[in-house]
Design a protein around this ligand. Structure first.
Ligand code: NAP
Length: 339
């Protein structure tokens, strides 16, 4: 009897915030394996902010998610059947399987799937700290900010998938690490568990003056490197505290992903403080991934980085969990447990 797959497809494009109407859960048969193919059962689905951008039709660095097709997404799972010599049933693998329970993967296609070692690193962390989000933190810190020991590094969305890896990496470079996160619980976790030297609850500072003052207190020597995940007032506040020749890695602007305008209050600070401001996309730096994954795997494997996960149960819970991610309801890496 053939296996039945469940998948969530994008059926319409959101105007502003996504809703359940934009998605449809369908059942489709799992196709017969052909030579060279591998059947993967997904155990974990990664939910990531970039997915919101893919739901739009406009100009971007990546192709839009096609309508009436399975939503794009990173997955971790195990091989259940293989007609490719490099894969055997039981192999733990990560790939881009999408919002579905199974995927059939061409085992020979580079970059589609890789085997991972779960001896010291739990499988789900390959979608977070030891996966794309962790590498994003690594690339932004090392490649763009290029920190020196003793400098002060600041990151917004500090307790999320990218932010938690950034904290550990900045500390490993001998820097002062300061996080910005939403709420006292997240801030306590940033300092007590993630090793940040300080963390500012931006929700307790509703205006620019107050947030900028809190940053001044947390960063007595100013800010040398800023890893931007959010945009808007948070970016304005950090820019006021940047030291001369500071570097800003623009990784994300999640405060604007549902179409909100994000004006910059004082762009003249780029000139006045002689800042380097550079956006980057982690998938355009594949040459850096092996070194990044090695360091991140060691940090997690040795317990120096203990990333937290928010876990939604079952494929049908994915849309709601995704909406929560865009509103900060996640605490750590947002995952969906599929089996
Ligand atoms: N450039 C790249 O290649 C690349 C790759 C991966 C990720 N990214 C970007 O990196 C950022 C973090 O991604 P992630 O996967 O680690 O997500 P995450 O931090 O685990 O989750 C998103 C977090 O963003 C914060 N947030 C949401 N809306 C916000 C708002 N309006 N104002 C302030 N904060 C808000 C929330 O944290 P609080 O509760 O603390 O506000 C939320 O928990 C995103 O911007 C993402 O697009 C970029």
């Amino acid at each position: 009897m053939s296996l039945v797959n469940q998948q969530i497809q994008l059926v319409s494009r959101p105007m502003g915030e996504p809703t359940h109407d934009n998605f449809k859960l369908v059942e489709v048969p799992v196709p017969e394996l052909q030579d060279g193919q591998v059947l993967v059962k997904h155990l974990w689905l990664s939910l990531d902010p970039y997915m919101r951008g893919r739901m739009n039709d406009g100009k971007s660095y990546a192709q839009p998610q096609p309508l009436d097709e399975v939503m794009i997404g990173g997955t971790a799972g195990e091989v259940v059947a293989s007609k490719h010599p490099d894969y055997a049933p039981g192999d733990p693998v990560v790939g881009m399987g999408g919002w579905q329970l199974y995927s059939v993967v061409d085992g020979g296609q580079r970059g589609m799937m890789r085997k991972v070692d779960t001896t010291h690193v739990p499988l789900s962390h390959y979608l977070g700290a030891v996966g794309m989000p962790g590498v994003t933190a690594w690339v932004g810190l090392n490649h763009i900010i290029a920190p020196k020991a003793g400098e002060t590094m600041v990151i917004s969305a500090a307790t999320g998938a990218v932010g938690s890896a950034f904290g550990a990496l900045a500390k490993a470079r001998g820097c002062r690490a300061v996080g910005i996160a939403g709420g006292p619980e997240k801030c306590a976790y940033a300092v007590n568990e993630l090793g940040f030297d300080a963390c500012i609850d931006y929700k307790a500072h509703p205006d620019l003056k107050s947030l900028s003052k809190a940053l001044k207190d947390a960063c007595p020597d100013g800010v040398d490197g800023y890893f931007e995940n959010v945009g808007g007032m948070i970016m304005d506040a950090v820019m006021l505290r940047m030291n001369a020749f500071g570097r800003i890695a623009v990784c994300g602007m999640i405060a604007g992903y549902n179409g909100q305008p994000l004006p910059m209050a004082n762009p003249a600070l780029i000139l006045v403080s002689r800042l380097k401001v550079q956006g980057f996309i982690v998938s355009e730096h594949m040459e850096l991934w092996p070194a990044a994954l090695k360091e991140l795997g060691t940090l997690v494997g040795t317990g120096k980085l203990r990333p937290r996960e928010s876990i939604a149960e079952g494929l049908a819970a994915a849309p709601e969990a995704f909406f929560g991610l865009l509103k900060g309801r996640n605490f750590g890496k947002q995952l969906v447990k599929l089996a």
